[in-house]
Design a protein around this ligand. Structure first.
Ligand code: ASP
Length: 361
């Protein structure tokens, strides 16, 4: 296996140059990705040098070292590492970016530390409602789901919507009926319960009560209590980009509220001509700033670099009053992971194939 490194101006560079398979596996059909990497045999003949890349996030917010125990930090890092491994195993075997992003996001959905799937935050009604989206940069095909209550892995339902429904977005009961028709795993809503998220809801409700009653009791509400999201973007060795995002939304949101994550062109976007983007932060602002599509348009029409485009849209979000961050990768494998909060759970594979995991600024 040949490995080379390329650096350029302005970006974290994560060029992965590998002697890669002239692969018969370039176009993978849809399906369950429980053991996605197994679809890609490790000993494929490798004939030409190609690059690929993977970036993930587990949400941005008030994440400070002083408030984190070493044990907690280890758990977050382990979760991020498992997600990177799931995606990377697929990419290094000449798998598709769609498969890699779905696999990485599924791992984060199954991890109770992150606000997506198991570990989702609670609505004001004490329920969990999840949103997700996935987009294929080659075809601009996209699938999105919103307000799910029983789907264990929302990202896989988003993919099913993209590939089998003839629609781009399906929400609520209709989405869950479609999941059932297609044999997808539905779970009791209890599956999504975590004590930490429940406590965060109670804290926010108490703070609200204190504010409206004029009692003025102080509650420290962190972004960690309020929201989070998970996402992955990837470039595969066939030059195809993909983006995937999944979230429980924001704590104490009204039932039926939908954030930016499943909005194609806001929290999720991919286009082979430009970049793949997955965002996290105050959804209402990310929707109004059209973050994902704006970034792509800045690159396509104005020729901005990936990093310049990302910073421009994040500045636009900040100007509106929103906080958060995003991860993005372009068709050359450049990556960027900007955020305007104290921290963002994030990771990428560096040019040497080493996993880089970061949390704080
Ligand atoms: N963007 C998500 C939402 O608004 C939340 C987050 O990423 O923190 O639903």
């Amino acid at each position: 296996m040949k490995l080379a490194v390329a650096f350029g101006a302005n970006c974290f560079f994560a060029f992965m140059l590998f002697s890669a398979a002239a692969s018969a596996l370039a176009e993978e059909p849809a399906g369950s990705l429980t053991a996605a990497a197994e679809k890609y045999p490790e000993n494929q003949p490798r004939m030409e040098t190609k690059k690929f890349g993977l970036v993930i996030h587990g949400g941005a917010g008030t994440i400070e070292r002083t408030k984190m125990t070493p044990e907690k930090e280890r758990e977050y890092r382990a979760g991020l590492e498992r997600a990177l491994t799931a995606g990377y195993e697929i990419l290094k075997r000449a798998g598709s970016s769609i498969d890699a992003t779905e696999a990485a996001v599924r791992v984060l959905e199954d991890d109770p530390h992150f606000n997506a799937g198991k570990g989702s935050v609670f609505t004001s009604a004490g329920t969990n409602e999840m949103d997700a989206a996935i987009m294929d940069g080659k075809t601009l095909a996209a699938g999105a789901v919103a307000s799910l209550k029983h789907v264990k892995n929302p990202i896989s339902l988003a993919r099913l919507v993209m590939e089998k429904s003839g629609h781009v977005m399906i929400d609520g009961e209709g989405a869950e009926a479609f999941a059932k028709e297609n044999g997808m795993e539905l779970v009791d809503p209890k599956y999504f319960f975590t004590q930490e998220r429940w406590d965060a809801l109670q804290k926010i409700k108490s703070a609200e009560k204190s504010r409206t009653s004029g009692a003025g009791k102080a509650f420290l509400i962190t972004d960690q209590d309020r929201h989070g999201t998970v996402g992955a973007v990837a470039l595969d060795e066939n030059g195809n980009l993909a983006a995937a995002t999944s979230t429980g939304g924001t704590t104490n949101k009204r039932p039926g509220r939908v954030g930016d994550s499943p909005i194609i062109g806001a929290g999720t976007y991919a286009n082979n001509a430009t970049c793949a983007v997955s965002a996290t932060g105050d959804g209402e602002y990310f929707i109004r700033a059209s973050v994902g599509h704006d970034m792509s348009a800045l690159m396509e029409y104005w020729g901005l670099s990936l990093k310049e485009a990302a910073q421009t849209v994040l500045d636009k979000v900040a100007k509106l009053g929103g906080t958060g961050g995003l991860i993005a990768i372009d068709h050359q494998g450049n990556v960027t992971l900007p955020f305007n909060t104290a921290g963002m759970y994030r990771g990428y594979v560096d040019p040497n194939g080493k996993f880089v995991l970061e949390i704080y600024k």
